[in-house]
Design a protein. Structure first.
Length: 349
């Protein structure tokens, strides 16, 4: 064959593959939304014991059997559920994680990402890109965290999702950093306390303080009791922009700094500085954005922070060093975990 013809054919094949690849990225929203509907219907839990037909599933979920089949068939093509030769659907390794009755279930995360407070904000991404302002406030007329304080039903969706997300990384955090050197640790804005409880269960001599907004505390008390660490963990309500519990050996924050702009982050860090004794440690657990074109979920999560939070962002190591210094700390160590997160250790300057 003529080399030029072969070269043109290879070029056309490469362009076609690129088109299909881009199409799959563009259409990724369709798969995500389908998964969210399956999570809302709790299909994975219904398939816990055995495969079922769509007719049986539709009777339980009060849905249209033929349409439910089309939904599950599409998800099965992505490894979420599987269809057998008798047109019955069963769970896969992925859909098992959507069951509501398994430890570490990701169903709450799917429900959160499918809720209107997330979807409508994401649809207004262009507003954020154009103005630099949070899409959430543009859509709902109020900051995200103030909205949650006024809507307990949405706050529960959010808090459950955070527990779900935390379950993916808690063991890795407890393993990556030696918390046994501390007597007491304060988990700042720790939600229900899933990470703190994981750390306390790993280090039985450690005591903890869960510090969060008043509307979070009742749920946190229940969760801490379920984890069996009530005798070593107390809860305190407050606002980290005002003050923090005094005198602990370590002040821990996970997924907090990325919620705020630099000015407000520095305010939080300075309150840590005031509350902390000279020997204390600041521990910030976040995704650290890698340089260049390195693939990283942190770069997508950064857009989520843009749309949902008042100035929040994912940061690079250089940006964290500058932020720590502005708050009165030196970034002394970066401790990578087996998850995609890093524990950044700070000491007082």
């Amino acid at each position: 064959m003529d080399p030029k013809i072969m070269q043109n054919a290879d070029l056309e094949t490469g362009q076609a593959n690129a088109r299909f690849q881009l199409r799959d990225v563009v259409a990724g929203y369709f798969v995500s939304r389908a998964l969210q509907v399956a999570a809302q219907l709790d299909i994975a839990s219904l398939l816990a014991d055995e495969p079922k037909t769509c007719e049986a599933l539709a009777n339980t979920t009060r849905t249209h059997a033929a349409t439910l089949y089309r939904l599950l068939r599409a998800l099965a093509s992505h490894g979420i559920f599987s269809e057998d030769s008798q047109s019955r659907f069963g769970n896969t390794e992925l859909s098992e994680l959507l069951r509501s009755d398994v430890p570490g279930s990701m169903r709450p995360m799917a429900l959160f990402f499918g809720d209107e407070m997330m979807l409508e904000s994401w649809q207004a991404l262009r507003h954020s890109v154009t103005t630099g302002e949070p899409a959430f406030e543009h859509v709902f007329g109020i900051q995200h965290f103030d909205y949650l304080a006024r809507h307990p039903d949405k706050a529960k969706i959010f808090d459950d999702a955070m527990v779900s997300v935390s379950s993916m990384m808690n063991p890795a955090i407890a393993k990556a950093y030696d918390f046994s050197v501390f007597g007491t640790i304060v988990d700042i804005a720790g939600g229900y306390g899933s990470t703190l409880c994981s750390i306390l269960n790993t280090y039985p001599t450690l005591r903890g303080v869960l510090f969060d907004m008043p509307h979070v505390i009742p749920g946190a008390n229940r969760y801490i009791a379920e984890q069996g660490v009530t005798d070593r963990c107390e809860t305190m309500a407050g606002d980290f922009f005002q003050s923090l519990p005094q005198g602990a050996d370590a002040y821990f924050m996970k997924h907090i700094i990325h919620d705020w702009d630099d000015e407000r982050c520095v305010k939080i860090l300075r309150n840590c500085h005031v509350a902390m004794p000279s020997h204390g440690k600041l521990l910030v657990c976040e995704r650290v954005v890698p340089s260049g074109n390195t693939p990283s979920y942190s770069k997508v999560s950064d857009l989520l922070m843009l749309t949902m939070t008042p100035g929040g962002r994912e940061r690079t190591e250089v940006e964290y060093r500058k932020l720590f210094e502005s708050g009165g700390f030196k970034l002394s160590r970066l401790m990578p975990t087996e998850s995609e997160h890093t524990v950044l250790e700070g000491v007082k300057i």
